[in-house]
Design a protein around this ligand. Structure first.
Ligand SMILES: [Zn+2]
Length: 447
């Protein structure tokens, strides 16, 4: 194709990866000075301002592959232009107008885009690494798949911004008003989101690992399936927000505001085997991570004067420990936790202890008349001894209670090996359950 281009024409051919609806072009502009390409396509740094200022751009101008690196671009307008795969590396582009332009696949590496107008710009797959976009207009822009790592985004307008699957690692978003933006599957690892105000964000699958959200106003936001591991939520306001399946391992909570509508879900992401956690969890058990998270959520609810929920998270934490012991084959510890679960609901439920106590007394009271009976010394009370059933049961209930509480008056004693063994077991169970009662009561009074 280029063979047929006259010598005084540029002949730049657009990139092969262009979407079909754009259509490829061959640049027919006159060559620039002594070069063999036009002004836009000549491979040269620091192009002069006067050439740029005199450039007449039509609506929808095709500037694919334009080379404007290390140039000081005057505040001209590239509005509506096609700048696919253009090179703006290290250029000064402050106040330049890119509104409605197509700058997909272009590189702005290290460029200065302060106060630039990128409203409704299509910047998919673009590279903004280390750029300053401070004060830029990003309303309605599409920066999906773009590299926005280490970018300064302070004071930008972001309403309707799309940054799906974009890389914003270490980016500076301090104090930003993030509203109505689509940020699914984006990464914000180590990014600064302090003092941000979030509303109506779509964040599913976003990654905030190690990010700072200090003092962020993130109430009424859906953070489900977001990763906050190692992130800081110090002084963040997350009232009415949704954190179902959010990853919180090693997250820092302190003075974080929650309310009863803050939804942390019924389980953690760590207990769901269908959720892929990556390689980090080969050494650490998922249950250890879950227990860690529940411990923090317990503290968080206590700080926010929600002791009922705090108790619930204590129980879930102990359950995670129990599952952890089972998965590691530490069956004795598992047994102790299991016993504690059913007897006291991990030290939280007096009702459990009382139910077990009453149940033991009643069961034994019913069992003694069948297991050999009880005797005063003169008379034996057992099924078939001729005593009325009501009186038999009441005596047996009295004996069972005295045995359970280990009072041992000695006015009745068990008859035969079965009744004796049962009485021994009942007094042992009684001693244990009374001790547990005191323990659980003590825990609750201490709070
Ligand atoms: Zn050209």
């Amino acid at each position: 194709m280029s063979e047929r281009v006259p010598e005084d024409r540029c002949g730049y051919v657009s990139a092969e990866d262009l979407p079909e609806d754009l259509g490829g072009v061959c640049c027919w502009r006159s060559i620039w000075k002594n070069n063999n390409k036009c002004f836009w396509h000549t491979e040269k740094e620091s192009k002069s301002c006067t050439e740029l200022q005199n450039a007449q751009l039509n609506k929808g101008e095709r500037l694919d592959g334009a080379i404007l690196k290390k140039s000081a671009i005057p505040p001209i307008s590239f509005a509506d232009a096609i700048l696919w795969d253009a090179d703006f590396k290290s250029s000064t582009l402050s106040n330049v107008n890119f509104s409605n332009a197509n700058i997909c696949n272009s590189s702005f590496l290290g460029a200065d885009l302060r106060e630039a107008d990128l409203s409704n710009t299509s910047a998919v797959n673009a590279d903004f690494w280390h750029c300053s976009l401070r004060g830029a207009d990003l309303i309605g822009a599409d920066m999906s798949n773009s590299r926005l790592a280490n970018v300064d985004l302070r004071d930008t307008d972001t309403i309707g911004l799309t940054i799906e699957k974009a890389n914003l690692n270490e980016a500076n978003l301090k104090g930003l008003m993030l509203s109505n933006a689509l940020m699914t599957k984006s990464t914000f690892a180590g990014a600064n989101l302090s003092d941000t105000q979030m509303s109506q964000l779509y964040l599913k699958g976003a990654d905030f690992e190690g990010a700072t959200l200090k003092n962020a106003k993130a109430s009424n936001t859906n953070f489900s399936q977001v990763n906050f591991e190692d992130a800081s939520l110090v002084q963040a306001d997350i009232r009415d927000s949704n954190f179902k399946n959010t990853r919180f391992y090693q997250t820092l909570f302190s003075d974080t505001r929650i309310n009863s509508n803050t939804d942390f879900g019924d389980t953690t992401a760590y207990e769901d085997p269908d959720i892929d956690l990556g390689e980090n969890y080969e050494d650490t058990s998922r249950f250890e991570a879950a227990a860690w998270v529940y411990r923090r959520l317990q503290d968080l609810h206590e700080e926010n004067a929600m002791s009922e929920q705090a108790r619930e998270y204590h129980v879930r934490k102990e359950e995670a420990h129990r599952s952890n012991y089972w998965s590691k084959g530490q069956y004795f510890q598992w047994f102790v936790y299991t016993l504690n679960r059913y007897l006291t609901r991990h030290g939280e439920s007096l009702k459990h202890v009382v139910t077990w106590s009453v149940g033991t007394i009643l069961t034994c009271a019913l069992a003694y008349p069948f297991a050999g009976g009880i005797s005063t010394g003169n008379e034996v009370f057992r099924v078939g001894s001729g005593a009325a059933l009501g009186g038999l049961f009441l005596r047996s209930l009295y004996f069972s209670t005295v045995t359970f509480t280990t009072l041992g008056y000695g006015d009745y004693h068990p008859v035969g090996p079965a009744a004796k063994a049962l009485a021994g077991a009942e007094s042992l169970a009684g001693a244990l359950l009374v001790a547990l009662f005191v323990f659980v009561l003590g825990r609750r009074v201490a709070r």
